[in-house]
Design a protein around this ligand. Structure first.
Ligand code: ATP
Ligand code: MG
Length: 388
């Protein structure tokens, strides 16, 4: 390494580190035109004085659901005062009071008065403002699963969608978002809710490798100085992120690899930086997710990993037929195991041909296989040495 390639301590490879933050709203939203169009179609009638339609947004983690809504809402806010888009992060706000407080702030532009301890005061404040401005409300309940867990989902939907019954406002729209593909947010609604909740299903499929590559290339252009990362290494990162089916992994990998090079005082990211970053980022998450699996679930996952490595048919039915030859599982147990693997975030069950579903691994098959078959080893070694 030549002297000139060493960085002085005040030098950085990041032109704009914020670009790699999770809260960063990218300037360009790639490959989500169809979803934006569908959601805009639901909002548009409100410009002509009609009400806003509702939607259920579904897609695995890191498929751009939150980003798409934030992009659209920002555009709507800029364009018109007749529609008031409100974004609620249900991971943070899942009690009725917290959700209404969040809506109040965004509709009224100031925090709900602390005297408004009673929900009705806050709701009335929201309704009054909407009425005065003749504005239509559309609320995004992001990660709405959290409301179901908190037991507030149905009450909130009921009240938001029927706001117009109590106050002189237009019917609100609700965009309910989930990253749990096994969850049906429409079916979770009570009949009394469903009679006013007719959501359009908007699906966010995992990005292809090419799409992830494009999203990452944008971040590189905006966030890094020229030539910090080579085309080949960016491509390698895109491949890993595509394997994880999570663009977020790609963004994290980029940042971690660049930080590693920077720390070493190099001007360019090397292959070893990417390898180290990938180990650090993907392995632990897989290990954590696999930690609580039962022996049966682990055995099935191991078969799935082998099959996926061999590039075989991953349709749920075909995997079941193959698994049955090795494992003593009936159809019911098999589906229970699959659901556990999906809930643990190790596989995705994606709609396949006809009524069937296809199993998609979120991790590198080699890593999954290793994790499935690693657990018994330490125990064996211990007994061998007579420790346990
Ligand atoms: N189409 C896109 N263009 C640019 N950046 C994107 C795009 N889609 C996702 N991203 C980036 O990827 C990351 C994850 O996206 P986002 O948070 O929107 O996913 P999500 O579907 O809401 O995931 P989760 O279900 O985990 O909440 C964010 O940092 C976001 O900026
Ligand atoms: Mg999200």
């Amino acid at each position: 390494m030549t002297h000139s390639s060493l960085l002085r301590s005040d030098e950085t490879l990041f032109r704009d580190p914020e670009v790699f933050e999770l809260t960063y709203l990218p300037e360009h939203l790639h490959h989500r035109d169809a979803q934006v169009r569908e959601l805009a179609f639901l909002i548009r009638p409100a410009l002509r004085g009609a009400s806003v339609g509702s939607a259920v947004l579904r897609g695995p983690p890191g498929t751009g659901k939150t980003t798409t809504v934030r992009h659209l809402f920002a555009a709507v806010t800029e364009e018109t005062k007749r529609i008031v888009p409100v974004y609620v992060n249900c991971r943070h706000d899942h009690t009725a009071l917290a959700v209404y407080r969040s809506i109040f702030v965004q509709v009224c532009g100031s925090p709900a008065p602390s005297a408004g301890r009673y929900l009705d005061d806050i709701k009335e404040g929201i309704a009054t403002r909407l009425h005065d401005e003749n504005a239509a409300l559309v609320v995004c309940l992001d990660d709405a699963d959290e409301l179901i867990a908190a037991g507030t989902y149905n009450t909130l939907l009921y009240q938001l969608l029927r706001l117009y019954e109590k106050w002189d406002v237009r019917k609100a729209g609700v965009f309910a978002v989930t990253s749990d593909l096994a969850r049906n947010l429409y079916a979770e609604a009570d009949p009394s809710v469903r009679s006013v909740f007719h959501p359009l299903e908007v699906t966010f499929w995992p990005y292809t490798k090419a799409e992830i590559h494009e999203i990452l290339a944008d971040r590189v252009r905006q966030g890094l100085y020229p030539r910090v990362i080579s085309k080949i290494l960016l491509d390698r990162i895109a491949t890993i992120a595509a394997g994880e089916q999570d663009v977020r992994v790609g963004i994290d990998l980029l940042r971690a690899a660049v930080q590693r090079a920077e720390k070493d005082g190099r001007r360019r990211v090397g292959p070893e930086d990417v390898v180290a970053a990938a180990r650090a980022i993907t392995r632990p998450s897989l290990r954590t997710r696999a930690a609580d699996l039962s022996a049966g679930e682990r055995a099935l996952l191991s078969r799935i990993a082998e099959r996926s490595r061999e590039g075989r048919d991953m349709a749920s039915g075909a995997v079941f037929e193959a698994a049955r030859e090795y494992l003593p599982v009936g159809k019911t147990t098999y589906h229970e195991h699959l659901n556990v693997l999906a809930t643990a975030g190790i596989v995705d069950l994606v709609p396949g041909v006809g009524r069937g579903r296809a199993i998609r691994l979120r991790y590198d098959p080699e890593d999954v296989f290793a994790v499935c078959n690693a657990r018994t080893k330490p125990a064996k070694t211990r007994t061998e040495h007579g420790i346990s």
